[in-house]
Design a protein around this ligand. Structure first.
Ligand SMILES: [Fe+2]
Length: 239
């Protein structure tokens, strides 16, 4: 059994196309999507169309939720840009997406099982001082979830940990927006069940970053250029 895991596409069409092409080469049985598909200034409409066509098991991220339920009743910045472009059909598709999903062996969430805004496997945006929580903190949030594999996204930091009880938790990183960790390449994960054990591998896929950066600029979001081109920028000011 082989599963491709994508997350945090953030409307980056060139990155998504490159990742889907790489996934095809990996011949998975299934591709799953952990949310934050559309919140980006590149091409949210084409990304939504492509994902609807792919019909992957999909959960919503915090930005997808905000499109349906604007925080404080109003969207701003990138989220406003996206909302202004989506069709009724796109909104119907977003409404079908649950916050979490369980497949045989696999539990999917965006941030943590309890929250689409909290980070699970890293805390780099909280003071930047203690980027990795200890095993007890990670395991506490997995309490009661009897699945050999737990998936999360949201932080854009790829990481896989194995709890002391053997459960594997994987954050595949972000397809469309690399922040603060030093590679601009699109990221996703491949899971394989070999015998009774699940194993994870991270994939890094180069793509046409200049095209993505130019589209972001042309759409009025020049701050995205450096983030997309280098992968070393912080997320402050992007949304
Ligand atoms: Fe997110």
């Amino acid at each position: 059994m082989r599963i491709a895991v994508i997350s945090d596409i953030h409307a980056n069409l060139p990155a998504l196309r490159a990742v889907l092409a790489d996934i095809k080469l990996q011949s998975p049985d299934l591709t799953v999507n952990l949310g934050d598909h559309l919140a980006g200034p590149i091409d949210p409409v084409a990304v939504a169309d492509l994902l609807m066509e792919g019909d992957f098991p999909t959960i919503r991220g915090n930005h997808d939720r905000w499109l349906l339920e604007p925080p404080g009743g109003e969207l701003t910045g990138v989220d406003r840009f996206v909302a202004d472009r989506l069709t009724q059909e796109h909104y119907w598709w977003l409404r079908t997406q649950p916050p979490t999903m369980a497949l045989p062996d696999i539990f999917m969430c965006h941030g943590t099982p309890q929250s689409d805004e909290a980070p699970w496997l890293d805390h780099w945006w909280t003071g930047r001082m203690h980027p990795q929580p200890d095993e007890a903190a990670v395991a506490a949030l997995a309490d009661g979830l009897d699945y050999p594999v737990l998936l999360c996204g949201h932080t854009h930091i790829p990481r896989a940990v194995r709890l002391k009880d053997g459960r594997l938790i994987v954050n595949p990183g972000s397809v469309g927006l690399q922040i603060n960790h030093g590679t601009p390449d699109a990221q996703y994960a491949i899971l394989d069940r070999v015998g009774g054990d699940w194993r994870a591998q991270q994939r890094m896929v180069p793509y046409d970053r200049a095209a993505a950066a130019s589209a972001a600029e042309a759409n009025g979001f020049p701050r995205w250029r450096a983030a997309l081109i280098t992968g070393w920028e912080s997320p402050e000011g992007l949304f």
